[in-house]
Write a protein that binds this ligand. Structure first.
Ligand code: ATP
Length: 355
């Protein structure tokens, strides 16, 4: 495979206690993160968690209220945007409509001042190379309006790579595309990353996208980093109820731990923890990680209020405890019970979080 393409030497990035206030509303509270050169990092979080703000600070489009950003160990905040050597792709492919695919990709090179501008033949070679990389060979004379959404996004990526960036910043680059195209582009982006080795930050609110694509996932909530880790860390060892519930379907129930036993709304659950002290906690489990048990066994008890098909299984919605709390569990088709039945279910892969 061709590997010698569009390589600005990738940099490592240090984000050190970066905070951002917009007027008196804080968007980031002292965020810190070290990213190795060549890493593909997903910034994952719900709307308003601060992902885009962090990306814009890296890009130099926004100045932090406090904190430091280092590229390759050197202060980046003093550098003007055009000297940061960063490639961007945004959700709404801002391609130049009046320019061909070729000219769009070449743009960042052709606007360079004389002296640092490569000769025409070199620009041509590079653009054709990039077209091959993003699998658009032959479409260089088309205009953006003559392309599909997915093709436009690939042109946008080629344009970002053309300047040989040290750092690639992608803000929901596939957000506007339909599910299948997103999936294809996701796999494709991972391949491109493996060939080019850019340090890449990728903003998404799609858990699956983050877990599938990234070397490390940074889960953000309300201007803070909740957890940083591999897909396995995030999925199997969530650091907080927020991460647990954001990363997949889940039920969270308030429980009490007393003498090592976990009780839910006053009843023993049969779950034990190695703790003597009484405290309130949160019990979390996923719908497919629990099974029905016979009445009388230690478990959480619930009344079935709704049932529906969920993939190959049946999803039961249960009312549990007082206060109209709901839990969802999945059972084998054929294993369901009539609506209104009071049943017990045992969380197999439960987690206890601090309240
Ligand atoms: P989304 O997924 O919706 O893009 P996000 O995680 O990227 O969300 P940000 O866009 O970084 O979140 O916004 C974080 C917070 O900062 C939000 O509360 C937002 O309203 C606020 N914010 C962002 N930009 C500005 C701005 N220019 N002026 C004022 N407030 C802003």
């Amino acid at each position: 495979a061709e590997t010698s393409i569009a390589l600005g030497a990738p940099v490592d990035v240090t984000i050190d206690a970066v905070a951002k206030d917009f007027g008196d509303s804080p968007a980031l509270f002292g965020v810190s993160l070290d990213v190795r050169a060549g890493e593909l990092v997903a910034l994952l979080g719900p709307s308003g968690s601060g992902k885009t703000t962090l990306l814009r600070i890296l890009a130099g489009l926004e100045a932090p209220s406090s904190g430091r950003v280092l590229f390759g160990g050197e202060d980046a905040l003093g550098l003007p945007v055009q000297d940061r050597n960063i490639g961007f792709v945004f959700q709404h492919y801002a391609l130049f409509r009046h320019m061909t695919v070729f000219d769009n990709i070449a743009f960042g090179l052709t606007v360079r001042p004389r002296g640092s501008r490569p000769p025409k033949s070199e620009i041509r070679r590079r653009v054709l190379h990039l077209l091959d990389l993003v699998q658009l060979t032959g479409l260089e004379k088309r205009y953006p309006t003559q392309l599909s959404g997915g093709q436009r996004q690939r042109v946008a990526l080629a344009r970002a790579l053309a300047i040989e960036p040290r750092l690639l910043l992608l803000d929901e680059p596939f957000g506007a595309l339909d599910a299948q195209v997103r999936k294809d582009l996701r796999r494709w982006l991972r391949e491109i990353h493996d060939r080019t080795g850019h340090t890449t930050f990728f903003v998404t609110h799609d858990q699956e996208e983050a877990l599938e694509l990234a070397d490390r996932v940074v889960v953000m909530s309300k201007g803070r980093i909740e957890q940083v880790g591999s897909a396995d860390d995030i999925y199997d060892r969530p650091a907080s109820p927020f991460v647990f519930s954001f990363i997949g379907e889940s039920t969270l129930l308030p429980v009490v731990i007393e003498d090592g036993a976990v009780t839910f709304s006053g009843d023993p659950t049969g779950l034990a923890v190695n703790e003597a002290e009484r405290r309130e906690a949160v019990l979390g489990f996923r719908p497919h990680d629990v099974t029905l048990v016979e009445d009388g066994a230690p478990a959480i008890r619930g009344r079935i209020v709704a049932t529906r098909r969920h993939g190959g299984r049946r999803r039961l919605e249960l009312q549990v405890g007082p206060d109209h709390l709901r839990a969802e569990i999945d059972v084998e088709v054929g294993d369901e019970r009539p609506l209104g039945t009071l049943i017990g279910f045992r969380p197999e892969r439960w987690r206890i979080f601090p309240a």
